[in-house]
Design a protein around this ligand. Structure first.
Ligand code: PHE
Length: 346
């Protein structure tokens, strides 16, 4: 009887290993392990055995049963692999194909669009785009720009001072303007120099439709031998025409900024009324969009440039303001608000 069991085991295992599809495997299972299957048949015969022998054969039967079951598990795995392989042979899946109903694509923020447009214009004139940190030392943001501690000009910009900033020695501020990049650029690249620095700036404003704690500027500078006010006016005129069309004129009026001398407040003819005077330009015919001036000798010196040999001009556009004017946005808070109902209009 023991031999019969062993024989059965060998038969099943041999049969199971040959089988590759699940239907045939299921038939085999019924044939051997089913209620009326061959194993059950043999077990029935055990009833006639007595005492010791019955025990012995019982143990053999159990062993055979688990060996057979294990063989089935293996065979089933194999069958599954085989099916998967077959499917792979007939069905080709192009994993590079875009998904059906793919997610909607976003687009660039209006500030980014205007920023990139100006970066293209300036790089076409030989400027490099020089990035700078938003968390800036008091030194680069103020002191090196001819605004020493206690200078009243610090009051022009209500500043976020940051305590305990990592690795800082001295005071750290959220930069109040992108002019903070000027000294860094001069020290990094030397002369001659043409750079623009677009980026986020921060001031402690009580927010309303025209004031926001976070806004964008685009600063720029040219340093070389013999650079004059006329060069500055020329470059800024090109920018104005690029932004508002070939008829656009610029107007420069004196304004104090500690880091330039002389300094100017820059306006362009109102693109809406062409200088006639309207609601947008508050009947003046002019829109104020930048500050500029000849770089102060103290600032050149801080940048490691000899003001006896070199001169330069610097300018700063209110990038956020340009965007508001371009699209007729009447509330600055929309720009950092992240509301898709607003953003999807651009
Ligand atoms: N940094 C000035 C501001 O934020 C703008 C400016 C830049 C003026 C460069 C002159 C020269 O108001």
């Amino acid at each position: 009887m023991k031999d019969q069991f062993e024989q059965l085991k060998d038969d099943v295992i041999a049969a199971a290993t040959k089988i590759a599809d699940r239907d045939a495997l299921e038939r085999l299972r019924v044939e051997f392990l089913g209620r009326k299957g061959k194993l059950a048949e043999l077990m029935k015969g055990m009833a006639t055995l007595a005492g010791e022998e019955r025990k012995l054969i019982g143990a053999v039967a159990n062993e055979v049963k688990s060996a057979v079951e294990a063989a089935f598990v293996e065979a089933e795995k194999k069958a599954e692999r085989g099916e998967r392989y077959e499917r792979g042979e007939t069905e080709r899946v192009d994993v590079t194909e875009p998904a059906i109903g793919s997610r909607p694509r976003g687009h660039l923020h209006p500030v980014t669009q205007v920023r990139e447009d100006l970066e293209d214009l300036f790089t076409s004139m030989g400027f490099i785009v020089a990035d700078g940190p938003e968390l800036e030392s008091d030194y680069f943001n103020f002191t090196a720009l001819n605004i020493p501690p206690t200078h009243p000009a610090r009051d022009m910009q209500d500043t976020f001072y940051v305590e305990g900033a990592h690795g800082s020695n001295g005071e750290v501020v959220m930069r109040t303007h992108t002019s903070s990049q000027q000294i860094r650029a001069m020290r990094a690249y030397g002369t001659p120099l043409r750079t623009v620095t677009p980026g986020r700036c921060f001031r402690n404003e009580a927010t309303d439709v025209r004031h926001e704690h976070t806004f964008h500027q685009l600063d720029g500078m040219v340093v070389d031998k013999g650079i004059s006010f006329a060069h500055m006016k020329g470059v800024l005129g090109i920018v104005a025409k690029h932004l508002y069309g070939p008829e656009t004129k610029i107007r420069l009026r004196p304004k104090f900024y500690p880091f330039v001398e002389p300094g100017v407040n820059g306006e362009v003819t109102c693109y809406l009324c062409k200088g006639e005077g309207c609601r947008l330009c508050k009947k003046s015919g002019w829109l104020e969009v930048f500050g500029a001036g000849m770089i102060h000798p103290n600032v050149l010196r801080e940048g490691g440039v000899d003001p006896g040999v070199y001169s330069g001009f610097a300018f700063g556009f209110g990038l956020t303001r340009l965007v508001m004017l371009k699209y007729g946005i009447d509330d600055i808070r929309h720009l950092e608000g992240g509301d898709l109902r607003f953003l999807n209009q651009f």
